[in-house]
Write a protein that binds this ligand. Structure first.
Ligand code: CP
Length: 327
């Protein structure tokens, strides 16, 4: 367990060691138990978190905001169009000025090619921790909530087959951030990770390298397949979710045409029957019901989607308490 995380940014899980991430999970479990017992956990009394959203949110905004209330502090919701960002406030101004008023800056910026860079530019100038609420490359708080959920349901991830699969979706071209964070984090915890997607839906090469390298170090494994059925066979955990063909296709109209070719990539009861009988179904939400997943699966007994959503608050409270508070 680590006791020196005060001041650290949380931009990707890959930049934290397994021991540091385990510290987050331990504290998150303790905070969750106290939440269940309605015991006080005022670890960030009189502290302020600024939450800057360039993109919409249900879970992230509300879990961070409710989380800061629970920790005895205050969260301020910021939208770029209500600020002076379009009139000249650069990441330097945001980092320096918000640091002078508060204790943490959380940012969601998912624009492909811009989001992660924006977070890192703010972090360079901030005197307080910067927490990634999702960028174009990573969604580390979601992946930590997912790992916590898997450990609660399945125990140690070593030897568990975890399938991160692409799925069809109509609503919008979703970022790569969730699958990228999941394959990095679960290989760091020794799982046998299978990434499944149609050919044009590659993830970023450096992320694939990190997952393969993590698996080598932890004794887990990492492989890529292009068949959803093949991936599901014998799985302990299935996580079918859409993302855009952002690495392979540059033109946005071509992206839509590319996605439309794979309508058959839906998680239904037949596919769930290929996984282990006690396999769990995961989705970070929002899901395209009837497109990414059938109602029977997402509302069925194997689904853990609401546990994942609740655990967002507990892992984030742990991350905030450790980085914005402590010694
Ligand atoms: N899973 C997730 O990040 O949800 P929101 O987009 O609603 O925050």
């Amino acid at each position: 367990m680590k006791t020196n995380l005060r001041g650290r940014d949380f931009i990707s899980t890959q930049e934290w060691t397994k021991e540091e991430l385990e510290t987050v999970l331990q504290l998150a479990s303790d905070l969750k138990m106290k939440w269940g017992l309605d015991l006080p956990t005022r670890l960030l009394e009189d502290k302020t978190l600024f939450m800057l959203f360039f993109f919409s949110s249900t879970r992230t905004r509300n879990s961070f905001e409710a989380g800061m209330t629970r920790l005895g502090g205050h969260a301020i919701f910021l939208e770029p169009d209500k600020m002076q960002i379009s009139h000249g406030d650069t990441p330097k101004e945001i980092g320096k000025i918000l640091s002078s008023y508060g204790h943490g800056i959380a940012i969601r910026h998912c624009d492909w090619g811009d989001g992660n860079k924006y977070l890192r530019d703010v972090a360079e100038h901030a005197r307080v921790p910067v927490i990634n609420m999702q960028c174009d490359i990573y969604h580390p708080c979601q992946a930590m909530a997912d790992l916590m959920t898997c450990i609660e349901k399945k125990g140690d991830m070593k030897g568990k087959k975890v399938v991160m699969s692409w799925a069809y979706a109509k609503s919008y071209t979703k970022p790569l951030s969730l699958p990228q964070s999941v394959i990095e984090l679960f290989t760091q915890f020794g799982a046998d990770v299978v990434l499944a997607h149609p050919p044009a839906f590659d993830l970023m090469p450096e992320i694939l390298d990190n997952a393969a390298s993590n698996a080598r170090k932890t004794g887990g494994s990492f492989k890529i397949v292009h068949d959803m059925d093949e991936a599901f066979v014998g799985a302990d955990v299935v996580y079918p979710k859409s993302w855009g063909p952002l690495v392979a296709v540059q033109d946005s109209s071509k992206m839509v045409d590319t996605i439309r070719q794979y309508e058959s990539w839906i998680c239904d009861e037949r596919r769930m029957s290929l996984a282990k009988e006690d396999a769990i179904y995961m989705h970070c939400l929002p899901a395209d019901r009837g497109v990414e997943v059938t109602d029977a699966v997402i509302d069925g007994p194997q689904s853990v989607v609401y546990d994942q959503a609740e655990n967002r608050m507990h892992v984030q409270n742990a991350i905030m308490a450790l980085t914005m508070g402590g010694r």
